[in-house]
Design a protein around this ligand. Structure first.
Ligand code: ASP
Length: 206
């Protein structure tokens, strides 16, 4: 088996085309991160018991964040509602929005997280992907656009979760870490279990 993380979009697919062994995409540049999507989905179901009818807000760098690309495509198979929250220059790529649209889902695009904080079931926030910017001044301008802090969490539902693929930079205040709605450390642990299961399945040992 080959597990490949590579800076180029499509690199894992190219490897899979030529390799005689199974290939797992562990992140191809700004493209996709499918194993993260699996563990994200598992984390939501574990925490909220269902996917049906959930309002999922994805917040932050939706342009370069590969985890939100894969998660959106995966969630488009389920009856959820999407809200995409980002600065204008970091909006969700068109091809991903097309998948959402083609699957008949409702979605909203906004720059303001306050538009959706009070009725979201999942708040999935990402770091701004500094390494993808060619102009660092642009990164500086947007890097602290969203911060999940106690004031924001006061407006959120009691039964909801905050997720993050980690590593976090400044976008979630440490004061949230002990809030029962903070799911990001459980999410990380689920990543280990999910990948163990995936390796076992690919090796025929599941
Ligand atoms: N760890 C995630 C990834 O590999 C998220 C991130 O780096 O921000 O894409």
């Amino acid at each position: 088996m080959i597990v490949i993380r590579h800076p180029e979009v499509g690199s894992a697919a190219t490897a899979a085309h030529y390799a005689s062994k199974p290939v797992i995409n562990a992140g191809d540049g700004v493209g996709e991160h499918p194993t993260q999507a699996l563990l994200d989905l598992f984390t939501v179901v574990e925490a909220l018991g269902t996917l049906s009818g959930l309002k999922v807000a994805m917040v932050g760098d939706l342009k370069y964040g590969r985890t939100v690309h894969s998660l959106t495509k995966l969630l488009a198979n389920y009856p959820v509602e999407f809200v995409f929250v980002s600065p204008d220059i970091l909006q969700m790529p068109k091809d991903i929005l097309e998948v959402v649209q083609a699957s008949g889902h409702k979605y909203t695009i906004t720059e303001d997280v306050h538009d959706c904080i009070s009725d979201s079931d999942v708040l999935y926030i990402t770091r701004v992907q500094k390494e993808r910017f060619t102009d660092l001044a642009q990164y500086e301008a947007v890097k602290d656009h969203y911060v999940v802090d106690p004031a924001l969490m006061e407006r959120a539902k009691q039964k909801m979760i905050v997720m993050h693929p980690l590593p976090r930079v400044n976008e979630i205040s440490y004061a949230i870490d002990n809030d029962p709605r903070a799911a990001y450390f459980r999410q990380m642990r689920n990543g280990m279990y999910m990948r163990m299961a995936l390796l076992a399945a690919v090796l025929g040992k599941a």
